[in-house]
Design a protein. Sequence first.
Length: 319
Amino acid sequence: MSAQSFTQRSLREALSSFATGVTIVTTIDGDGAPVGMTASSFNSVSMDPPLVLWSVTKTALSAQAFKASSHFNVHVLAADQVALSNRFAMSGEDKFAGINYTTNEHGIPVLSGAVARFDCSNWQAYEGGDHWILVGEVLRLEHAKAEGLVFSAGSYATASPIAKTSADATHAASADAEVDNLLFYNLSRSYRLMADQFHGVVRASGLSVPQWRILASLRGEATRSLADLAVRTFIEDWSLLDTIMTMQDEGLCTSNAGTGVADADVIITGTRVGHERVEHLFSLCSQQEREALGNDDPESLSKLIELLQRLVEHGDARQ
Ligand SMILES: Cc1cc2nc3c(=O)[nH]c(=O)nc-3n(C[C@H](O)[C@H](O)[C@H](O)COP(=O)(O)O)c2cc1C
């Protein structure tokens, strides 16, 4: 071993400053059982042939299955899939229990809700110190337009484009002028600006954004159906159930999920513990909203909220 001027810890810390996406890689073991793990070491290698790579620690329980398998699928996770990422980062758990998944033509598990999926054949496995470097040839891919999950400095995050410089802005001025007047554009951009700031506060409080959305919807120990909660939180039913079960274990809500009732009959109720967990976030949220228009202008803020509520009501009525 060569003499090093750094510790493993400083190496890990320095490497963690390299922000990555988050993937779940799946395969099957020799008995055909599904295997999967969260991995941020995914990267592109070659366009022709289309090759990608990721590395698996040799001590992972699933390392042998990945090395021996003829195929694997890489799922690039969406910003709302933190719970799934955490689940697949737990060693040895039955990670697929209760999860809706299908398989591709090679029998490899396909998870839903990912931003992109690369179905690969195992092209080559390389020795890489305490990891195996697995290179896959992409046989098929799927890609959706959604925001990807980011992992940076040990925390989950979302990525948003850096504001344009004035030079870029001059070149793009005419295109901007058209887009600037679109409601869609203004809704998306203002949401992203506000959400980036507030979601940082949520994560700092130890809650994920989906957990905050659920607790906010159950504020005051309210009871809601699973379908109602899915509409309010923008979380897919299957992932929502998963998150609710975990939150239930932590006493943040109660529900009849997991007792054999059909999804349509699942109801979830907020608890005092859950209520208390988000109380301060509500005040921080209101404070951010009051400051959002750049001045203390409660009338404009209420007018804006009223208009947005009309958009929601009108949209709901047309669905
Ligand atoms: C965001 C994130 C990224 C990760 N990336 C990798 C990775 O690239 N390679 C790896 O071997 N483990 C990675 N891990 C850790 C594995 O997911 C974890 O060790 C998992 O428990 C292995 O499961 P197993 O022991 O059941 O095979 C990552 C974990 C997280 C939370």
